[in-house]
Every structure is written in structure tokens, then in C-alpha cells.
Design a protein around this ligand. Structure first.
Ligand code: ASP
Length: 594
């Protein structure tokens, strides 16, 4: 009896039109039910499940009795329509079953440490240790399919728009994205190290100098950052660069990319996406990646709050401060305890305190009622865009701090009051980010994006005199309060690059040592250029409605950057270390415990 080598159908393919045909199915035996002689097997493959029925006394009955869960079998049989009362509407193949004529065991299986398709509640450590079993879960299979579809559509879109996929090196020099590098020691050049790229930034710019006018790559990047929830040390970017481009063009190509890729997985987004300058985003939402699925925008109430006789307000306003507010819809009934909670959250976000007024059934409840009066409070509420049964929340102080605190409250309320639905997909752009930020830790300016970002042409003359006021030609694309990607128009001449390095206090010798090859290249005729990089894992996470990046990466690492399945990072033989000329410092390494 020859064993079939391939199936005629996958396990989600059969329906009534196949009734009466002979088929071969292959898959895992997910479940076996013995109904007093009649045996039912749930046969699962990467697509779905088909019920196999084995009649007592039939040829395959003896084989079927030996089977264990998750053994791999080939079933030869005939498709039968199920009786009406046994139809199972929860599976694609629920109207049929396959009566087995022969069963061939292709692989036996140990009992898995958890049921792969029913692993809810199983500790994630265990699932990651046996990732190949967890991957059998239809949820993860679906996620990988969505991810694959997105990648295919992104490639299609960029290819249609004349972008060329070019690979850039992984063994390279340090790149300036602001995180730590993963280092790879060289055996041939003992004592020297490659760095894994944090992004292909300089290579893609060099490709523009080299005459590739439109480049893209779906590329792995590596950043050795401190432990943070839902970060992966290696992650995937859709990296794009184009010559002779202004921000409009980058934005247009990117919007089309999202429309096509997300559309292919059932999410509709329609360009043009709303745009905010960084300044507007901070003023209206208190954050540079606002969630636009809900309102409660921050409003400037400064003028309306003048001259109230309220000591705090008067003091803040006299000192040049401002009053900002939001109206939280339907929150007028909040208890004292909830209001105290909001107050604490505002203080944690930097505010000196929180002022509030609740409007319900024509009544106003507020600690400000005595000093400000009901009419003034109502005017403030209306100016904040609120109405009956809303809660007015105000912060008085320095404008940026007030906005950031209200932004934090806005997000907290959205989460607690269920203002969002995961099905909505609200995309937008934030443009004109500041070029520099001041780093307390380093006591100098740092780049908000990276040092190759072009300053805004209108602000260039303030580079040396008032660098913190200089805007950049950088933009971020955001969705539902997440940053999905960012990019910029780049500096394309060496003199300007030098000025930015000076503002960053990067000494010429250090610039030459780190980026000399690139600075030199800028002198050989550099087309103006710009681009963007999109966080592909995050896009897949949102598109699949997943809660974690680990759910959309086939073999992810834990938040502490370990791979529980392969056991990496791992110690290596001392001979291997000798070869690359590396010695471990005693007393400081985990390797000492190995
Ligand atoms: N290289 C940048 C990043 O990885 C993106 C870009 O400027 O294109 O964030």
C-alpha cells in the first residue's frame, strides 16, 4: 500500500460540492473522540480543520486507535455530506466529513507541553520556549498571513512607483539613531568590531548619491536598548528614500502604501491623512502622536480665565502662564475619588494641579464655583467644546506643561471610558518637528530625528543663535496614538551638515572618525533627497488587532531580549573568544554563571 506524498486538498477546502469524491488530506490529529466504536478525528493543517470519521471494524480503525494527539497523518477517504443535525457551523468544513478508507502515520508526536490550539492562559514563557507549537495556533497563523500580505502589497506598491529594492549590509559601522549598537567582533581583524545597523540611514543616502533615485528595503534593524515593554532588539522597517523629493512626495507615496497594504487586509484608510505641525499637535493634544479616534481636544482658555479673582489663576496668568482645558464628554458624574485620581495623574504628568467643573442637569459642581461663578464656568466649558453632562478639566501653568498634562488625562480617559474601538484606524501626519532637543543627561543638544535631517529653510539662520527654535523637515506618520514611522528631507551639502554637527557639539575630529566616508560622499554631487522608515512590526500588530509585537513576529524575543527557544544570547567557547581576540571581564558577566 503506497503512502501518498501530497494531499489533494487542504483541511479547510472541502464542502458539499466535493461530496462523493475521493480525497487525500494531511495534517495533525488535533483531537480524537471515541463514540463507542465510531472514532472522530479533527484533522488540522495550516488552513483549518476537517472531521474524519472512522467506522468500527474498517481497515483504518486499527491504525486510528493507535493515534495520539498531534501525530501527523495522511487520510485517504471519501467526502460525505453531514446529516443536518450534525452540521458544525463554526468551521469552514462543517457541512461535510471525510470517511477514512486508509490512514497512514507520517510522524508520531510527543504529548505537547500545552495544547497548541487552545493555549489561552498558558504562561507566555512556556509558549515562547516551544514557539513552533504555539505557531500552530490559528491566531498566530492568521497574524503571519496578515504580515506576509502587508509585505507583499508594500513591495507591489513601491515597485509600481519605481522604487528598487536594494539590500544594504548588516556588518557595518555604527549608525546614528541614538540607541546602542550590537557589536560583532571580527576574527580576521582581531580587536575590530562591526556594528549591526540601527537603520540603513547612511547607506540609503549613499544610494541616492550613487544614482538609485528611488530605493526601498524591508529590512531588519538592531537596537540594543534598555528593557522596555514591547520592544524587540531586532525589528523590521520598511525603509524608503527618494531623490529630488520634497516632503509632499514622500507623504504621497507613503499614504498610497498604507491605503493599498491595509486595504488588502480589510482596513480602509483614505488619503490625504490629516496633518498637524508638531506645534499644533502639542497644542491640541499634548503629545506628538495624538490618537484622533476621539475628540476632547485641548483648548486655550487663557483669555477667558483672566480677572476671575481666583488666587491661583491670577498668579499663573500674571506670571505669563496660560490656562488650557478639555471637556470630557459624559464624565460629569465622576465621583470625588475618580476626580482625585485625575488630579494625581495630572500632577504626575507635570501639572501643578487640576481644576475641574462638572455640569449635570443644569447644575454645576466645582470647587471653583464660589470664585468663578456658574456663568463663567459655563463659558469656559463651551470654549472647551463641551456641553451638558460633560466634565471640564483645566490646568493652569506653563503652556507646554499644561498641554502635556491634559494630553495625559485625555489618553487616560479614553482608555477608562472606552472612547476608542480597535476597528477604527485614524492615521495622520505630524510635520515640522524641532530639529534639536536639549538632553539633560548629556548637557548638550541632541537630534530629535537624526543628525542628517534638514533644518527648515525658514529657520536656518537661527542654527547657531537659537537652535532650539529651529524646525526640521521631519515628519512622522501616526495611527491611533502610535508612531508608525518617521522620516525627513536630508541635508545634502557638507557645509550645512557641518553646521548641524557644530550645533550638536560633535567635534570635527569625531565627525570625521564616525562619518568621514559619508561627509566626503556629500561633496561629490548629492541630489536633494528624503525618505521615511516605517515600523513594519507595529503596522502588522495594529492591522491584525494584536496586543503585542510578539504576536506578529514568528520568532520573537522577550522584553529582556532573550530567545527562550534557542536559548540566546548564550555563552561561547573560550576558543571562539580567543579567535576573535575577546576576553570577558571577570565578575561582571552572566557567562560566569554558565
Ligand atoms: N532612519 C530613520 C529611522 O530609522 C528613518 C528615516 O529617517 O528614514 O528612524
Amino acid at each position: 500500500m503506497s503512502v501518498p506524498t501530497r494531499p489533494t486538498h487542504h483541511c479547510a477546502a472541502l464542502d458539499l460540492e466535493h461530496a462523493g469524491s475521493g480525497v487525500v488530506l494531511m495534517g495533525w490529529v488535533e483531537r480524537i473522540r471515541d463514540l463507542g466504536g465510531l472514532l472522530f478525528l479533527d484533522l488540522r493543517d495550516y488552513r483549518g480543520v476537517t472531521q474524519i470519521v472512522v467506522r468500527p471494524g474498517s481497515g483504518p480503525a486499527a491504525v486510528a486507535k493507535r493515534l495520539g494527539a498531534w501525530w501527523v497523518v495522511a487520510v485517504e477517504g471519501v467526502v460525505l455530506a453531514r446529516e443536518a443535525e450534525t452540521v458544525n457551523p463554526t468551521i469552514d468544513t462543517g457541512r461535510i466529513e471525510v470517511e477514512a478508507q486508509r490512514i497512514h502515520i507520517l510522524s508520531e508526536a510527543r504529548t505537547p507541553p500545552f495544547p497548541p490550539t487552545d493555549s489561552e492562559g498558558v504562561a507566555e514563557e512556556l509558549r515562547l520556549r516551544y514557539r513552533y507549537l504555539d505557531l500552530r495556533n490559528p491566531r498566530l497563523q492568521r497574524n503571519l498571513r496578515i504580515r506576509g500580505r502587508l509585505a507583499a502589497e508594500i513591495r507591489g506598491h513601491l515597485d509600481d512607483h519605481g522604487f528598487l529594492e536594494v539590500e544594504t549590509p548588516f556588518l557595518t559601522r555604527s549608525t546614528p539613531e541614538g540607541a546602542r549598537d550590537y557589536l560583532v567582533p571580527s576574527r580576521v581583524h582581531r580587536g575590530r568590531f562591526y556594528a549591526l545597523p540601527q537603520s540603513p540611514q547612511l547607506f540609503k543616502q549613499l544610494l541616492m548619491i550613487g544614482g538609485t533615485d528611488r530605493y526601498y528595503q524591508i529590512v531588519r534593524c538592531f537596537r540594543d536598548e534598555d528593557l522596555r515593554a514591547d520592544r524587540q532588539p531586532e525589528f523590521t522597517q520598511v525603509d524608503v528614500e527618494m531623490s529630488f523629493a520634497d516632503p509632499e512626495q514622500v507623504i504621497e507615496v507613503t499614504e498610497g502604501l498604507f491605503q493599498r497594504a491595509l486595504g488588502a487586509v480589510g482596513i480602509e484608510v483614505t488619503p490625504p491623512f490629516p496633518r498637524f505641525t508638531y506645534r499644533q499637535a502639542m497644542d491640541r493634544y499634548g503629545v506628538d502622536r495624538p490618537d484622533l479616534r476621539y475628540g476632547a481636544e485641548i483648548r486655550d482658555l487663557t483669555e477667558l480665565a483672566r480677572g476671575t479673582g481666583h488666587p491661583l489663576l491670577d498668579r499663573v496668568l500674571e506670571a505669563g502662564g496660560s490656562v488650557r482645558g478639555i471637556a470630557a464628554p459624559g464624565c460629569a458624574g465622576f465621583s470625588r475619588k475618580r476626580l482625585d485620581g485625575l488630579q494625581a495623574a495630572a500632577v504626575e504628568a507635570g501639572a501643578g494641579g487640576l481644576l475641574w467643573a462638572a455640569f449635570r442637569d443644569g447644575e454645576v459642581r466645582s470647587p471653583l464655583l464660589k470664585t468663578l461663578g456658574a456663568d463663567r464656568l459655563r463659558t469656559l466649558l463651551e470654549a472647551a467644546g463641551g456641553g451638558p453632562s460633560d466634565l471640564l478639566l483645566m490646568v493652569a501653568g506653563e503652556a507646554r506643561t499644561a498641554c502635556e498634562a491634559l494630553g495625559a488625562l485625555r489618553r487616560q480617559l479614553a482608555a477608562s471610558e472606552g472612547w476608542t474601538s480597535p476597528d477604527q484606524f485614524a492615521m495622520a501626519w505630524v510635520t515640522e518637528f524641532p530639529l534639536f532637543d536639549h538632553s539633560e543627561a548629556e548637557g548638550r543638544l541632541t537630534s530629535v530625528h537624526h543628525p542628517f535631517t534638514s533644518p527648515h529653510p525658514e529657520d536656518v539662520d537661527r542654527l547657531a543663535t537659537d537652535p532650539l527654535s529651529v524646525r526640521s523637515l521631519a515628519y512622522d506618520v501616526i495611527a491611533n496614538g502610535h508612531e508608525l514611522g518617521g522620516g525627513s528631507i536630508r541635508i545634502h551639502n557638507r557645509a550645512m551638515q557641518q553646521r548641524v554637527f557644530e550645533a550638536l557639539e560633535i567635534p570635527p575630529a569625531e565627525a570625521a572618525e564616525r562619518f568621514g566616508f559619508f561627509l566626503e560622499a556629500l561633496e561629490y554631487g548629492t541630489p536633494p533627497h528624503g525618505g521615511i522608515a516605517l515600523g513594519f512590526d507595529r503596522i502588522a500588530m495594529l492591522a491584525s488587532g494584536s496586543a503585542s509585537l510578539r504576536d506578529v513576529i514568528a520568532f520573537p524575543k522577550t522584553t529582556s531580549a532573550t530567545d527562550l527557544m534557542t536559548g540566546s544570547p548564550a555563552g561561547v567557547d573560550s576558543s571562539q573568544l580567543d579567535e576573535v581576540g575577546v576576553a570577558l571581564a571577570k565578575g561582571r558577566t552572566e557567562a560566569d554563571d554558565d
